[in-house]
Design a protein around this ligand. Structure first.
Ligand SMILES: Nc1ncnc2c1ncn2[C@@H]1O[C@H](COP(=O)(O)OP(=O)(O)OP(=O)(O)O)[C@@H](O)[C@H]1O
Ligand SMILES: [Mg+2]
Length: 337
């Protein structure tokens, strides 16, 4: 079973080939020009997808050593994400499947983030609890098996990645802010400012990061922080980054471990761009060990948006004989379940 997967939900144009569950290629073109606007510009993102889709798919096929006529199905993301961006990959994928006379499979981007944990070995065993922490979502999910999910909780306001990006902007750091905060925090003192941890109710699996973001804003106002020159104090910026990051990581880890205990899973996993955060990875490894849990984290290139995770979902759906109708439309607000 050979599947081509296409991802265009936001600002990465990516394509991958999976044969019999094994990843044969994964090519991603990141649209770095959004940096100068301080965020993704939707209209420019969809135009860039139009420019990049053919070369990216060509390269994914050529790197895999598989010809178009050897594909058994084409999978493409159909939501959630930016409508103009989704439409490029979705229309391309449907047309390619139609032209080749093979099935088309529409893929939910958030489901793909979770199942990115199945790309490499060792893989988590079912059931496991997954925490997806990305630019647009923070979701704690009980994964009973592929396609059988229970959403335990999600964010009531900002996503974890969004909080990183907004705090980085307040500090005058470059976009996307997550990797910048991560880098600077490594040199800072996480106990420098005691920012609030928003655990919500004791047994809640929901998240909220807007209060933390506001606390950082008030703190910066109090110290009359000048973001145009980072107060000329790199140690201060590193300390604020470390303190903010610790507040996010504490909450994420506490809820993930509590969910694993409540649902008695042996395995836990994380996915999405924030899963690249070094402090989250470091602390989770330690906490998983202390709690006798096995931790799974996808390789960095499968944490951020990628075609491999789309191809993986397409592959599993095709194994179950579940192709999509060619009339499937883009759903910018598609839910996980
Ligand atoms: N090392 C890091 N530490 C913290 N955050 C990070 C790190 N690397 C990336 N991020 C954050 O990850 C986010 C991007 O992740 P991803 O590409 O998975 O999101 P998205 O695809 O835009 O959102 P979604 O999947 O919810 O639609 C950004 O907010 C970025 O700042
Ligand atoms: Mg994503």
């Amino acid at each position: 079973m050979t599947i081509l997967g296409i991802e265009t939900s936001c600002d990465e144009t990516s394509a991958a080939v999976i044969r019999d569950g094994k990843l044969m290629s994964n090519v991603t073109a990141a649209q770095l020009f959004h940096k100068k606007y301080g965020g993704v510009v939707p209209e420019l993102a969809s135009r860039a997808h139009q420019r990049l889709i053919v070369p990216v798919v060509d390269e994914a096929l050529s790197n895999s050593g598989i010809r178009k006529d050897q594909l058994d199905a084409v999978a493409a993301v159909y939501g959630p994400g930016l409508i103009g961006s989704i439409l490029v990959g979705l229309s391309f994928g449907k047309s390619m499947a139609l032209g080749l006379g093979i099935p088309f499979v529409g893929v939910n981007h958030m489901e793909a983030h979770i199942l990115s944990n199945l790309i490499d070995s060792p893989k988590p065993s079912f059931p496991f609890v997954n925490l997806t922490v990305s630019g647009g979502h923070t979701q704690l999910v009980l994964v009973r098996k592929p396609f059988d999910y229970e959403l335990l909780g999600e964010t009531k306001d900002d996503a974890a990645g969004e909080a990183f990006d907004k705090v980085a902007k307040m500090l005058g750091l470059a976009y996307p802010g997550g990797p910048e905060v991560d880098k600077l925090a490594a040199k800072g003192n996480s106990k420098f400012v005691e920012f609030p941890r928003s655990y919500l109710d004791e047994d809640s699996f929901e998240f909220s990061f807007s209060g933390l973001k506001t606390s950082v804003l008030y703190y910066l106002r109090r110290i009359e922080y000048d973001k145009s020159k980072n107060n000329g104090d790199s140690a201060l910026v590193a300390n604020i980054c470390a303190s903010f990051q610790a507040a996010v990581v504490d909450v994420l880890i506490q809820k993930l471990v509590r969910a694993a205990k409540k649902f008695q899973t042996r395995d836990i996993a994380i996915a999405g761009g924030v899963a690249a955060n070094s402090e989250l990875r470091r602390r989770l490894k330690a906490v998983a060990g202390e709690n006798n849990l096995s931790l799974f984290i996808p390789k960095f290139e499968y944490c951020t948006d990628n075609g491999a995770m789309i191809a993986m979902v397409g592959y599993l759906k095709m194994l179950g004989g579940v192709a999509s109708d060619l009339e499937l439309t883009a759903e910018p607000n598609l839910e996980l379940c």
